[in-house]
Design a protein around this ligand. Structure first.
Ligand code: 26Y
Length: 821
């Protein structure tokens, strides 16, 4: 790990207070007496930014003038979470802030709460991007995050009186947003539509319309690195504030329509995260931010140059494609090099190939984007030509390598014919230098299944970088008590930038004093969460129960259904008298999950969970023994509060479906034990924390494949599991008979039908193993010292899952660059 040093800000609290006062006066126009917490939040943000500006400018200067290659992380999503606390931490101003709030008479919590959480991402992929830009800055690697400044982030989730999910718009810009700096002077023109014509033997794109891309810059301060990188998010603006022609010809209101249409491009984040629909607006979004970013990078690295030598581009910046969403960047860079700068095809290809790499985040084939060629042709006709030519070159290359014809056919980037289409994952694999999966198992399956044809021809392109999470936000900020205990135990807080140092806690797992303190921290976090949940949701939670949590997007493959069926089964056993509730470990089960608005079975599952919660929480028979809560609108803030309070974490996806998972890492690092399948990064977590400190259950990926081969989903084999297992049968029957729908038998019929006739993700097949492991979990939990010891060992052995380590792996295996000198 690079040695990183940066002076803790020598500013006193008094000086910081004065700076905040000044911001209150000159930017907010209020006196400290008039100021609300929201005013103080904005003023503090402005004061913090001032402290970062010099490092920000120096980092940019060193990046452009030095010879360290930068990273451009191209991502349609950056799920940043609230900024204030993180910026204070990384700027070394936390104590000064606390002092200043005392002096000004404000509660730090109120001021931090005044920030509206930006939700510019769907889930794992967007949050990963946010962790990575934090780590890049903390290690001191020059980098840009490039994305879109959506006006509306991921929808706000509410539940109606029937427990159904209701989506409402998330207008995160309602109040002043003090972090972003809009830079109208560094805008880019992004063209769309029109046609390609032949002029002097050259193909020339004559676009039909254009959008103005205006950057909004966010400083990304590194932790103790003295470096500040940039997150540049683009907003779409219209060039025609008023289309005067239209204005003269027809009516006044029609004149603003082009403006509205142009600005729609950055209006809203698509809330789906697995089944891409060929939506024109999404392609517009993708091209919009990628084209603006590529031009921006050229502007930054070749300032003022009319004829830059772009053969040096791969030495200046490497672009990482975060999933297929920015892959249109490959033909875009080709077009820029050939059409705008006059390079020949081969030179352009060589530059492009060296500049891009691709990270795949899925194994579900339906999640790989495929665009209708007609749509690309309509919006980006020149790009379609280039893609076809890339495909031709690719096919000749394969032929020359002696690849069999049928394999070549399967590998087409561009598929001919009536439904001609473009496969973005294939384009990315061929067009860039490296392809990586996000956990070892995932990378293996990518090579052996999803992209097998490609790995057989280009084995050296394939590599793995296991995901990671930033310990600054997800340990230090989320869990200050545990952070203090760790620092006490290790005698240093250096672990925050070198997380493998957590290994130093291993001996402390055998020190009963330390283990007791650790258990006390968990208990205090649970008490805090109960208070938080009371305030925010009105829940009455008993903190002296086991906290058992499942938080993630709602997907069939993640199997929230398995968890809720297990809860129902336990409830049924209590009701029928089969189980004496006094023999159970009292448990509070938490769910947090958003479903894509059009994902029917996912939404039914949400409704079912809410109604199971309603029935169980109101039944005296289970009082104090089993409770279920579903705090709505799961977001980063809820994660930061709930993860440190959790005893048992659920990572129960069907083996071979979760690419990695990153929640699993956050939980292990916060001393929760995991019940999980051998899927995604669970495999590596278990390897590191030790099989004896991880509750493993369920089929393995090869077992899953074998069961598919038997016809599990096509021959309705799930029904056999239902018939054979009375506990499972009873749970499903209760869902079907209206127990959780006020007697109505229709409410969940589609869900029940799916379980009994298809059950593609094998929930029923894994049910028995899941119930059995839960019994083992209860046994373990009854011994609090044993449990706490296992939790300490989870923390101690999870340092590998720092996003700093992931970034080091990217630097070594893919980017071949490093920290600024
Ligand atoms: C194209 C569109 C429909 C789309 C939009 C968002 C497709 C996918 C996504 C987001 C995917 C995502 O979040 N994937 C998750 O990425 C995490 C980070 O690598 C993984 O840990 C997790 O397993 C994976 O599901």
């Amino acid at each position: 790990m690079t040695e990183i040093t940066a002076p803790k800000s020598s500013l006193t609290s008094g000086e910081f207070t004065d700076e905040i006062r000044e911001q209150l006066k000159y930017t907010q126009g209020v006196t400290p007496e008039q100021a609300t917490a929201a005013d103080v939040y904005v003023a503090t943000a402005a004061a913090v930014r001032r402290h970062l500006v010099d490092s920000w400018m120096k980092t940019q200067h060193d990046m452009v003038n030095g010879d360290t290659k930068a990273v451009g992380y191209l991502s349609a999503e950056f799920l940043m979470g609230k900024q204030l606390e993180n910026a204070l931490l990384n700027a070394g101003l936390t104590e000064q802030f606390e002092g200043a709030m005392k002096e000004l008479g404000f509660d730090t919590k109120d001021v931090i709460d005044a920030e509206y959480e930006p939700g510019l991402g769907n889930g794992g992929l967007g949050r990963l991007a946010a962790c990575y830009i934090d780590s890049l800055a903390s290690i001191g690697v020059p980098a840009f995050g490039y994305g879109i400044r959506y006006q509306y982030g991921i929808f706000k989730q509410e539940f109606d009186e029937n427990g159904k999910q209701v989506e409402t718009p998330d207008y995160w810009l309602v109040n002043e947003e003090p972090w972003g700096h809009v830079d109208y002077n560094r805008d880019q023109r992004v063209n769309f539509g029109g046609e390609v014509v032949e002029e002097n033997g050259k193909r020339v794109w004559k676009p039909a319309w254009a959008v103005r891309a205006v950057p909004c810059d966010y400083m990304v301060p590194g932790y103790k690195s003295g470096r500040v990188n940039t997150l540049r998010l683009w907003t779409a603006k219209s060039y025609d504030e008023f289309d005067l022609l239209t204005f003269n010809k027809s009516d006044y209101l029609d004149a603003v329509i082009p403006k509205v249409e142009a600005e729609n491009i950055s209006k809203i984040l698509y809330p789906e995260d697995s089944t891409p629909q060929g939506k024109k607006l999404r392609l517009e979004q993708q091209y919009f931010f990628v084209s603006a970013s590529i031009h921006d990078a050229i502007r930054v690295f070749y300032p003022g140059e009319k004829n830059p030598d772009l053969t040096t581009l791969p030495n200046k910046i490497v672009f990482q494609l975060n999933d297929t969403h920015p892959v249109i960047g490959i033909p875009e860079l080709m077009r820029v090099l050939i059409d705008e700068y006059g390079y020949d095809w081969d030179t352009a290809w060589s530059i492009t190939n060296k500049t891009f790499n691709y990270t795949c985040h899925t194994l579900l084939p339906e999640a790989l984007e495929v665009w209708p060629a007609s749509l690309i042709g309509e919006l980006l006709p020149r790009h379609l030509e280039i893609i076809k030519k890339i495909n031709e070159q690719f096919m000749s290359e394969l032929k020359a390598k002696g690849v069999a014809d049928d394999q070549i056919e399967r590998m087409r980037i561009y598929t001919d014919g009536k439904d001609a289409s473009v496969r973005m994952a294939y384009l990315a694999t061929y067009g860039g230098s490296y392809v990586n999966g996000v956990a070892e198992l995932h990378s293996e399956l990518l090579k052996d299944v999803t992209l097998k044809d490609f790995s057989s021809v280009y084995p050296d392109k394939f590599t793995n970088v296991t995901n990671g999470v930033t310990p600054r936000r997800f340990i230090k900020l989320a869990n200050p008590r545990m952070s203090d205990l760790i620092s006490e135990g290790l005698g240093t807080d250096a672990w925050l930038s070198d997380l493998e140092q957590l290994k130093g806690l291993i001996p402390l797992a055998d020190d009963p004093e330390f283990v007791k303190k650790f258990a006390a921290v968990k208990q205090a976090n649970k008490n805090d969460f109960a208070a938080f949940a009371k305030r925010k949701y009105g829940f009455d939670i008993d903190p002296n129960t086991m906290f058992n949590t499942m938080i993630k997007r709602l997907h069939e493959y993640k199997r929230q259904a398995l968890k809720i069926l297990a809860v129902i089964a336990t409830y049924a056993d209590i009701k029928s008298g089969k189980v004496d509730p006094d023999t159970l470990v009292p448990r509070t089960v938490f769910f947090g999950a958003k479903a894509a608005p059009g994902y029917y079975l996912a939404k039914q599952t949400i409704q079912l969970i809410n109604n199971v919660a309603r029935v169980i929480n109101n039944d005296p028979a289970t009082k104090g023994k089993l409770h279920v809560y579903f705090p709505w609108n799961y977001n980063i803030e809820l994660a930061q509060n709930l993860i440190p309070a959790t005893d048992l974490d659920e990572q129960i996806s069907q083996a071979g479906k979760e690419a990695s998972g990153t929640g699993n890492m956050k939980f292990a690092l916060n001393g929760a034990l995991t019940v999980g399948t051998l899927d995604g990064a669970n495999v590596e977590i278990r390897e590191r924390v030790g099989a004896e400190n991880f509750f493993l259950f369920g089929m393995t990926e090869p077992e899953v494949s074998a069961l598919y081969a038997k016809g599990y989903d096509t021959k309705g084999l799930s029904r056999e599991y239902y018939e054979k297992d009375p506990q499972l049968k009873q749970a499903i029957d209760m869902v079907a008979d209206g127990t959780f729908s006020n007697g109505d038998k229709d409410t969940y019929k589609d869900l029940v039908n799916d379980w009994l006739n298809k059950d593609y993700f094998m929930t029923l097949a894994d049910f028995r193993a899941y119930m059995d492991i839960q019994a083992e979990i209860e046994e373990t939990y009854r011994d609090p010292m044993k449990w706490a010891r296992m939790a300490v060992l989870n923390v101690a052995n999870s340092g590998y899952f720092s996003s700093d380590r992931s970034i080091e792996d990217y630097l070594e295996r893919i980017w071949h660059t490093g920290a600024l000198k």
